[in-house]
Write a protein that binds this ligand. Structure first.
Ligand code: MN
Length: 133
């Protein structure tokens, strides 16, 4: 099976480093952007299987970027997961209204991160198989 491509749009270098080290433990191809505009360009170029989208970004925020990506016919089916710091009341609604398919709260739970990503990339059944259950 072809390795899945994950685009990570995150401006915080420490978070990016953490995500990079976690994704390296699996066979994902990782594409990185530090801002929304670059991320949108890389999404159109690479057609990733999953996008991890930080919400607070310099310039355009992650919710606006998600709306743009979901309005793009070639990307509307791409799964976009928001990276939110401390899910606040109403955040869930906000990210879903913007078109996100789910969210992962920061600080990232390193023990569950890969399983969560696999769930979104492959669907729950494949994720179970990958986890060896
Ligand atoms: Mn940020």
């Amino acid at each position: 099976m072809e390795d899945k491509t994950i685009l990570v749009i995150e401006d915080n270098e420490l978070n990016m480093k953490l995500v990079r080290s976690l994704l390296k433990m699996s066979s994902y191809v990782m594409v990185e952007a530090g801002d929304a505009e670059t991320g949108i360009g890389l999404a159109r170029e690479n057609k990733p299987d999953l996008i991890l989208m930080d919400i607070q970004l310099p310039g355009m925020d992650g919710l606006s970027a998600t709306k743009i990506l979901k309005a793009d016919p070639s990307l509307k089916d791409t799964v976009i997961i928001a990276l939110t710091s401390h899910a606040m009341e109403g955040d869930d609604t906000k990210v879903r209204e913007a078109g996100c398919d789910g969210y992962i709260t920061k600080p990232i739970d390193t023990r569950n991160f890969l399983q969560t990503v696999a769930n979104y990339v492959n669907g729950p059944e494949d994720a179970k198989r990958e986890a060896g259950n």
